[in-house]
Design a protein around this ligand. Sequence first.
Ligand code: SAM
Length: 368
Amino acid sequence: MRLDATSFGHDIGAAGRKDLNTAAIDQTNARPLDKMTAPMIDPFGRMVTYLRVSVTDRCDFRCTYCMAEHMTFLPKKDLLTLEELQRLCSAFIAKGVRKLRLTGGEPLVRKNIMFLVRELGKEIEAGRLDELTLTTNGSQLSKFAAELADCGVRRINVSLDTLDPDKFREITRWGELTKVIEGIDAAQAAGLKVKINAVALKGFNDAEIPDLMRWAHGRGMDLTLIETMPMGEIDEDRTDHYLPLSEMRERLERDFTLKDIPYRTGGPARYVEVAETGGRLGLITPMTHNFCESCNRVRLTCTGTLYMCLGQNDAADLRAALRSTDDDAYLSQVIDEAIGRKPKGHDFIIDREHNRPAVARHMSVTGG
Ligand code: SAM
């Protein structure tokens, strides 16, 4: 079986298709099983130990910087089943993934998602995985927090850009702040460590960030700020709200004492300690400083497409590999071939001259 552009799920847009590396792998040459557990090391010597899985591209919110109001989602028939996603995750775990994040779309709106969480939780119990976590908008947390904790999830990220109910409705289009706060309450009551993620948006929430930070730290939660990235067409001009975090940091430093600390959670955030609150502030700066040199991640979509970089179009079709045989040796070989193409990094730019998405797909496809 050969992999080529036509064998990819259609979550690769036109831009993606153009850049596809049409790998050719003969299934009969798949390596024997004992090679399946060799670590995944990319051409730049970076070891891949972190897998992010977008379990659905659907979401119950329509955040204005993330999605257009009227999105076309993938047909359900193109989705991998939860069992197939589990098989892919297990293949990655066998190949050295130690941290796995479920994301989306909104991971908790995928039907029966707790089946996958429970199965992956067993990998933690067995010592094959160090951490199972998820990124969520919090809308379904009241319902699922206790079960997540029971399955071995210890930390979650909740995306929350404002504490003002009207602004929350404006940015999410469909969201209700009280539901998210109830979800955070439920998560903390269940013993989950919660980190708040906020996209810093000029003229929208920049003035509120100090209050958001005091609130998060007051509840024992880290706050991480994210620069808005040029991914997918939305209904507005991203330049209007783009805020470099170097600028946000300078503004915060007028009122707070920020000290760089080596604390890491295995992701791209760099942390400072805030003397006045005693809490931690994370900064994710894909635009102003991309940290690609330490990238340890790859991203799997709900159709089984593997993106080796959030900001590039090259991808590998694991769905075809998965469905072509029950033998994981071939799948393992396709994964190795893809890791061998992991690019050095992305090159996002947002300014008036580069006023187009760097990649056609939305963040909800690849998973944030
Ligand atoms: N629904 C879940 C949530 O809200 O956290 C998971 C998926 S969402 C795509 C993951 C994260 O990506 C969220 O924190 C969201 O704010 C962020 N995000 C979405 N589009 C973005 C963009 N264009 N630039 C930066 N962050 C973005």
